[in-house]
Each structure stands twice: as structure tokens, then as C-alpha cells.
Design a protein around this ligand. Sequence first.
Ligand code: PHE
Length: 349
Amino acid sequence: MDLFEKIAKLREDGLAQIQTAENEKKLNDVRVALVGKKGQLTEILHSMKEVAPENRREVGQKVNELRDIFNARLDKAKDNLLKKLVEEKLAKEAIDVTLPGRKTYMGSKHVIRIIQDDLEKFFIGMGFKVVQGPEIENEHYNFEMLNLPKDHPARDMQATFFVDPSHLLRSQTSPVQARTMEKHDFENGALKMISPGKVYRRDDDDATHSHQFAQMEGLVVDKNITMGDLKGTLEAVAKHVFGQDRETRLRPSYFPFTEPSVEMDVSCFNCDGKGCSVCKNTGWIEVLGAGMVHPNVIRNAGLDPKVYGGFAFGLGLDRFAILKYGVDDIRDFYTNDVRFLTQFRQEED
Ligand code: PHE
């Protein structure tokens, strides 16, 4: 085979190889084999000495021509491969815009939190500050400071979880009263505070009892605070939560840290006071405990009970929620079934 035939054959084979190289690596191998420094075209140039001198020019021309053709085809083939790659990638990553979207679920505030936030806003509007206290309390603040000395029988009113002999899970938010009163600078004016939070009592859980629930404590201490202030404040709370048409009444009660002590009832919002199952046919529903701060509690905080006095109240946030929304099982607040919880979504602001 003379060199011209060789060139013609290389042209045919080379173009076929370029066309069939199915990826970049193979195409590169073909490039090296055809037009590389030690490739087949170079090889032909090396064998030029075998060519008759008068033909050398033409061979050289043919080789150069073929190199140009190869290079052009190789570049084109490379372009095509890259295009194919991009197309494949796009096809793989294609988003089907006709697919229905995935549903996402929005959380919502817990109903107890909704009531708490609403009451906080209400009290802040009346000049109260919001105070927090520890859930693990000591006997000093949970009992002694609140006029419940050791062995006082009223300690049994609230069955308590003890953590160790002197610490307990607070059974009420009232210890926050004592802690705040102790720190307050009365020279600078009245103390008006609320304290929302969790409390714990050793109860067997059922539809109306829970070993953990939420209270909100309220305390106002200053000179010249009267029972009228207590009544006016609580009436405003009751109307705010249960409706402007509600009536309220105070009944005598007993708490060790208040004297006199009262319980407040609101007229039944279900039957408007006529008597129904919600109010057990009395027309009234008990909503909170309160009273005038006991002189001993004032004294324990380092104040003179002849000069300072005040009122305090404690309300159950769970109880408020139960009454306001007609919930029939307190455990629903804590088992966190989203079907129950999401019912209150519209109550958020
Ligand atoms: N701490 C009382 C209770 O848990 C409620 C209360 C608070 C009563 C403040 C009077 C004054 O039952």
C-alpha cells in the first residue's frame, strides 16, 4: 500500500472512529491516536523518506489537510457529546410542574398559651408586670412565707410532690408573690404583678384533675388597697374572658395567705344563670380564688401591715380554657392530639 492509499484509509478509519467515540474519554483517545504527537498522522510524516521526492509535497499537503479535517471533526464531536450530556442531565432533573404540591402543616399556639397571652396583655394594659418564678421551690417560699408554718394543717390542701426533704414542685404560683414582694422597692410605688406558670399537685389524673396544670397569680400591694379594688379588678377579668354580660359574685372562702379570702363565681355563660348541667343547676360557675393579703404575709416580706396591704388572686388557666371553650377533659391539653390543638388556631391574633 503506498502512502496515498494509507492516507485515504486513515481518513476513512479516523472519521469512523471519531463518529463512534461514545464519550469524552474515548474521543480523547481517538484524538491522541490520530493527531497526537505520536499519532498516526505524525507517523506518516515520519515515513516521508520512503516517498519519492517529487511526491513529498503532495503527501505533506494531504497530511495537513487530513489533520485539519480530523481536528474540525474532533471538535464538533466533542461539542455534540457535551450537548448530549447537558440534555441528559436536564432530562434527569426535570421538574414536573403538573405534580400537586406537598402539603405543609403550620403549627399553632397551644390553647393554654392563647389564654395566657391574652390575660398578660390585659393585665399589662392595667399596669401590671409579668414575673416568673422557679418550678422547683423550697418550703420557705411555697409555704412559710405564705403563712403556712410547718405542721400547719392547710399544707394538706395541696398534696405536694417533694423532690428532696426541703424542695418540691411548687403546688401553686403564690410563692412568686412572696419572692417578688421581698425584692420590690415600695418607696418607688405600688407592686402590681401577675405570674403565670406551671404548678404540680399529687392528684390522680382524670377528666377534671391533672398532676400538672397552669395558674396565673396576681398581686397588688400598696398603701390603701381595699376589697373594692380586688372586686373591680376581678370583675374586669371575668368580663374580659367570659363576656361583658357576665355577672360576678364573691363567696367567703379560706386560704392561709389571704384574710378575708373569697372565691369568685361568674354567672353561667351557658344558661345565663337559669341553671344547666354546666353550672350544676346553680346558675354560677366558680372561676378563681382570691383575698386580701394576710398581715403575716406582708410582715414576712419585711413590710409593716399597718401601712401596707393588698389583694391577691390565683386563677387556673386550664380551668379558664375548659370553661371558655367547653372542653370536657383536662387531659386533652396535655396529650397533644393535633386534631384537638388545631381547633383553636383561629383564636390567635
Ligand atoms: N394559691 C391558691 C390556690 O392555688 C389560689 C390563690 C391565690 C388564692 C392567691 C388566694 C390568693 O388554690
